[in-house]
Design a binder for this molecule. Sequence first.
Ligand code: 8IG
Length: 281
Amino acid sequence: MSPEHASANTGDVSPKELAARAAARLAELTGVEKHDVALVLGSGWAPAADLLGETIAEVPATEVPGFSLSGVPGHVGQLRSVRIAAADGAAPKHALILGSRTHYYEGKGVRAVAHGVRTAAAAGCSMVVLTNGCGGLNPDWAPGTPVLISDHINLTGDSPLEGATFVDLTDLYSSRLRAVCREVQPDLPEGVYAQFRGPHYETPAEVRMAGILGADLVGMSTALEAIAAREAGLEILGISLVTNLAAGISDQPLSHEEVLAEGKAAAQRVGSMLAEVVRKL
Ligand code: 8IG
């Protein structure tokens, strides 16, 4: 193992310490001492990064302790620092864009899943925007519809927290931040997101089950990250992009290609919405 990648050997370090090391390295590589808001960009959201502001630095995730290469096509393994001009002459904000989400289904464990949001907190962020591409249960939500996450149902059977960490999850997806989104786009729908383990999509029966349990959206990310983000003290905004109707809601089978194509088509629209929201935060 080369010295540069010796950081991958981090089994002996606590998650919080590893995040602190990642934040320190990030500050070194980007030249940005403190970030204000972090964004995790999921399927279909990557082009939004270009609309947020001026890119100050872009760093391969593999150069920062605790991050590893993404195994998913369409997911970019880059960490980006973006300067966002403030709306009203106030000081500019610095956004940290995490383009390299580790999914639970990759089997790297919950620490790897939570590392991005923990690094964001260690880098000084007070908020995180968690985005994803997902399946929708509401037949009125055509592919390409952005939906605010109002709450989640964690169906992974796992937690990113260890030990007796009894964290309150009331108002996990900040109603304050959802209201900011509605200032930008008043007709934004909202819904409950169910995180399945994946990587397979659900069966139609599982989608019906999720609906009975109270879910409007089904996906493979976000809930575990939101829990870790809350524990790390971050305020959370969750936005899903419905890229397909969930299995059995329409009579079409699901394909990853369809998911990527829908994401691409919607990226520009949701990207400019997100940029406007972040300028208001
Ligand atoms: I994009 O229909 C995307 N991700 N679990 N189900 C689950 N994850 C998804 C889906 C979906 N679409």
